[in-house]
Design a protein around this ligand. Structure first.
Ligand SMILES: C[S@@+](CC[C@H](N)C(=O)[O-])C[C@H]1O[C@@H](n2cnc3c(N)ncnc32)[C@H](O)[C@@H]1O
Length: 283
């Protein structure tokens, strides 16, 4: 069944590329040394290039800056890492299993004048280490995205992940990216904040703890101040940035913002126009 699904999805990827005027004659791709065909077999997924308009929108949605490291998993002819290096001056890496394709991508990077910033690894995305990436791009298949998901969720909080066409199962995207021919999804890897935290800097005379439950970027919980348990309001985790509000027992609104680093957090506690520093440790 899984194999049948893959074939159907693979065929529709190729059909979409064809109907979008992507697969002009094969001679429009490659060079004198290697001419790949749109829809040709790959190790886990066929080759269909992401169109230039969508590449631009994917990188824009990921808010790429020159300090990012962009990895394209299954890099094909290198169009995504090459565009990222040209447009944003980033260091970009493509991982491509097909040796001829990887060599073509290297020559394309040379022709585009970005060979010093683009590295193409001829390897398997399930074997190579891409943990240094701050932006990951994908155009794979739904089950491959799911297979990569545990690794992606362990990456540095704040890493942006952009997938052409396919989602990540029950990990809701933070943004949908639309272009005239195809769509993509963006996720920001959230810090792991689940559990109980001891907070210092909220109340001077009482013990304060924060109980958080989490499913990907969706979080909720309670703040316990002495004997009073208050639900937290509008809780958000964006990468390593945690923020929420709560009403104290007297109905006064408080706002907490903090940066999470593993099992500690640091930030500020705001009540009206009064700000105070805040620290927290996971129990
Ligand atoms: C749909 S194409 C996407 C190409 C490029 N990322 C883009 O969006 O234009 C997928 C690419 O992944 C490559 N590929 C398939 N399985 C792979 C694997 N396990 N490791 C590395 N590359 C793989 C294929 O050869 C193909 O070039």
């Amino acid at each position: 069944m899984k194999t049948l699904n893959r074939v159907v999805i693979g065929l529709s990827m190729a059909m979409l590329a064809l109907s979008a005027g992507h697969a002009q004659s094969d001679s429009s791709y490659g060079d004198d040394k290697y001419r790949p065909s749109v829809g040709q077999e790959g190790k886990d997924v066929i080759w269909v290039p992401t169109n230039g308009e969508l590449v631009g929108k994917m990188l824009e949605a990921a808010k790429v800056t020159s300090s990012d490291i962009v990895y394209d998993l299954g890099a094909g002819d290198g169009n995504i890492p090459i565009t990222a290096a040209k447009k944003y001056g980033v260091r970009a890496v493509g991982i491509e299993f097909n040796a001829d394709m990887a060599a073509l991508a290297r020559r394309n990077a040379q022709r585009a004048g970005v060979a010093d910033r683009v590295k193409i690894i001829n390897g398997d995305i399930f074997q190579e280490n891409f943990s240094e990436a701050t932006v990951v791009t994908l155009y794979l298949l739904p089950d491959l995205n799911l297979k990569l998901r545990p690794t992606i969720l362990k990456m540095k909080p704040g890493t942006r992940v952009v997938s052409h066409a396919f989602d990540m199962g029950d990990w809701e995207p933070d943004q949908r990216i639309e272009s005239s021919r195809a769509n993509a999804f963006l996720w920001v890897v959230p810090a792991d904040v689940a559990g109980e935290w001891a907070l210092d800097g909220v109340e001077i005379h009482q013990k304060v703890s924060l109980q958080l439950s989490q499913r990907y970027q969706r979080i909720g919980g309670n703040i316990v101040i002495g004997k009073s348990i208050q639900p937290i309001l509008g809780a958000q985790i964006e990468g390593d940035r945690l923020s929420f509000r709560y009403l104290d027992a007297k109905g006064v609104l408080h706002h907490i913002k903090a940066v999470v680093r593993g099992s500690t957090l640091e930030g500020e506690h705001q009540t009206g126009s009064t700000y105070s520093p805040l620290k927290g440790t996971r129990r």
